[in-house]
Design a protein around this ligand. Structure first.
Ligand SMILES: NC(=O)C1=CN([C@@H]2O[C@H](COP(=O)(O)OP(=O)(O)OC[C@H]3O[C@@H](n4cnc5c(N)ncnc54)[C@H](OP(=O)(O)O)[C@@H]3O)[C@@H](O)[C@H]2O)C=CC1
Ligand SMILES: CC(C)CCC[C@@H](C)[C@H]1CC=C2C3=C(CC[C@@]21C)[C@@]1(C)CC[C@H](O)C(C)(C)[C@@H]1CC3
Length: 467
């Protein structure tokens, strides 16, 4: 174990740790060999390039699992959207009755969704804000990203405020929720088909290691191309950070207006305000620290396919808004002690989440960053090191811990009368536990014995002394 500064001060030593083993386990052997050859060539030219790319084992229940998830996820969104509309959205009334087919479709809703995405695309391409460096790719290249997400949400807020001032009725979003969901689903489906077809003409270095099984359904679901771009326009980065994420805040705001209309209130309820502010802070923080997304799993390792396209454009805006949507017709009384507890939880969760994400991002960008020199690290054979003190010495995913505490603070304002507003919390535990195990497998593959040493030093995964 050594300090972060010392580790980086010896690049030649690091270079000697490249992992050039050939892996012939699962997947296309020829391709794996071709990658290894490229890798050996690159070692001389690009000292910091990640090593030993080999296709990863299938995830999400493999080929059959991918097929199941592709059908199940949209059906689940549909049930949630319909269930929350019921007068009594309790478990005994699940599943809700299906409406007639024509109810799903409204061309106007499609136009609004397309306009929203185009508007966000326009803000994304404006030459405003920083051009940030992505991580080093297997090809030895480093992509540039326009990180102007905070600018985009501020402009979007101003445009929405002006529209409301001009008399635009945003409660349309509440009354046409189902049609807007269908429209977004169609767009995500078309995008996924486009992504799959264009991925067929990409080289091995441009593909994600995990979405390249050769099975059409699995690869379509998981995503094949790592960084699909149209010229400088990065589709994965844009979809993950803009239309759905900013759309989440727009929908929450529309729910607050719908609550006022439906409950005949002069102002939104306290619970609604809390949910709106907490989630707005979460999104604004993500956009303010947009550069940090470049060192997350989605951007570094996952291909862009159905899972992320659907997740970004449908799942995030139409299920993460469930709490606000629930509150529209289920007002909750609140007390000062409860309010104080919820706010404290949010602050604690946010602090852990932000500090740990920023620590890892700063370390991955510049391991010799003087502000991190006090942190202990473990060197690995790839030349990269692992943090073993600071937040990453408390548990192996401190950022998940903070995120979960925040999720708790988002559900509490909705009370305990129904399970539905707790859905996000339950889903999030499942998502993060699964993500953690995906990441553990991936890191064990990448870092071998160094990862085992890390796991021996930092024993718990997400919750200290519990899990
Ligand atoms: N609201 C939502 O729906 C969701 C939110 N999130 C949030 O997004 C954020 C990003 O999460 P996610 O992308 O899953 O994962 P991480 O940001 O935790 O990224 C995992 C990667 O970090 C690196 N890493 C792991 N351990 C260490 C260590 N000790 N020292 C240095 N680097 C390490 C590894 O990559 P390498 O070594 O290759 O650099 C690993 O693959 C989290 O805060 C999460 O809570 C995530 C999913 C959904
Ligand atoms: C459809 C599937 C069941 C699950 C899809 C998962 C996706 C919805 C999430 C995967 C990782 C995400 C992140 C965020 C949103 C949800 C998805 C896309 C994030 C952008 C939210 C804001 C945060 O501040 C963040 C850290 C930037 C998040 C990054 C990961």
């Amino acid at each position: 174990m050594q300090s972060a500064a010392k580790e980086e001060a010896d690049p030649e030593k690091n270079q000697g740790r490249y992992n050039l083993r050939r892996r012939k386990d699962d997947g296309d052997v020829k391709e794996a060999e071709a990658k290894s050859e490229h890798q050996e060539e690159r070692v001389e030219k690009v000292p910091a390039a990640p090593a030993a790319p080999a296709p990863t084992p299938l995830d999400f229940g493999g080929k059959i699992g991918a097929f199941f998830w592709m059908l199940f996820l949209p059906a689940w969104v549909l049930f949630l959207v319909l269930h929350v509309d019921q007068k009594d959205p309790s478990l005994s009334n699940f599943p809700p009755a299906l409406p007639s087919l024509e109810t799903f479709w409204d061309p106007q809703a499609l136009v609004f969704v397309v306009l929203w995405i185009l508007f966000q695309a326009l803000l994304y391409i404006l030459p405003v804000g920083k051009l940030s460096d992505g991580v080093l790719l297997r090809s030895g290249k480093r992509l540039k990203y326009r990180t102007n997400g905070f600018f985009a949400i501020v402009v979007s807020a101003a445009v929405v405020a002006a529209a409301v001032y001009q008399g635009v009725d945003l409660t349309y979003i509440h009354s046409h929720f189902l049609q807007l969901t269908t429209a977004s689903f169609l767009i995500s489906m078309m995008l996924s088909i486009y992504l799959y077809f264009r991925s067929r003409s990409t080289g091995p270095d441009e593909r994600a290691l995990g979405g390249n099984s050769g099975n059409v359904i699995y690869d379509f679901f998981k995503g094949r191309e790592l960084n699909p771009r149209i010229k400088e326009f990065d589709l994965k980065f844009f979809c993950e950070m803009r239309p759905g994420l900013i759309g989440w805040c727009l929908i929450n705001f529309a729910m607050a207006l719908a609550e006022m209309k439906q409950q005949n209130l002069d102002a939104p309820s306290c619970s609604m305000i809390l949910v709106n502010i907490f989630q707005l802070i979460y999104v604004m923080d993500g956009l303010w620290n947009e550069e940090a997304i470049l060192t997350t799993m989605d951007l570094m390792h996952d291909g862009f396919g159905y899972m992320l396209a659907f997740g970004d454009l449908v799942w995030v805006p139409f299920t993460y808004t469930l709490q606000a949507r629930y509150l529209v017709s289920h007002p909750k009384p609140w007390s000062l002690p409860l309010l104080a507890t919820i706010i404290i939880l949010k602050i604690v969760g946010f602090y852990i989440f932000r500090k740990s994400n920023s620590e890892k991002n700063a370390f991955r960008r510049n391991p010799s960053d003087p502000t991190l020199s006090h942190l202990k690290t473990i060197p690995t054979a790839t030349g990269k090191s692992l943090l073993v003190s600071g937040w990453w010495g408390v548990v192996r995913h401190p950022n998940y811990l903070g995120d979960l505490i925040m999720a708790l603070a988002w559900s509490l304002p909705c009370g305990f009368s129904h399970l539905l507003p707790w859905y996000y919390m339950i889903y999030f535990i499942i998502l993060l536990v699964h993500r953690d195990s995906r990441d553990m497998n991936e890191c064990r593959r990448k870092y071998g014995s160094a990862w085992d040493e890390y796991c021996r030093t930092v024993r718990y995964r997400i919750i200290p002394r519990v899990y």
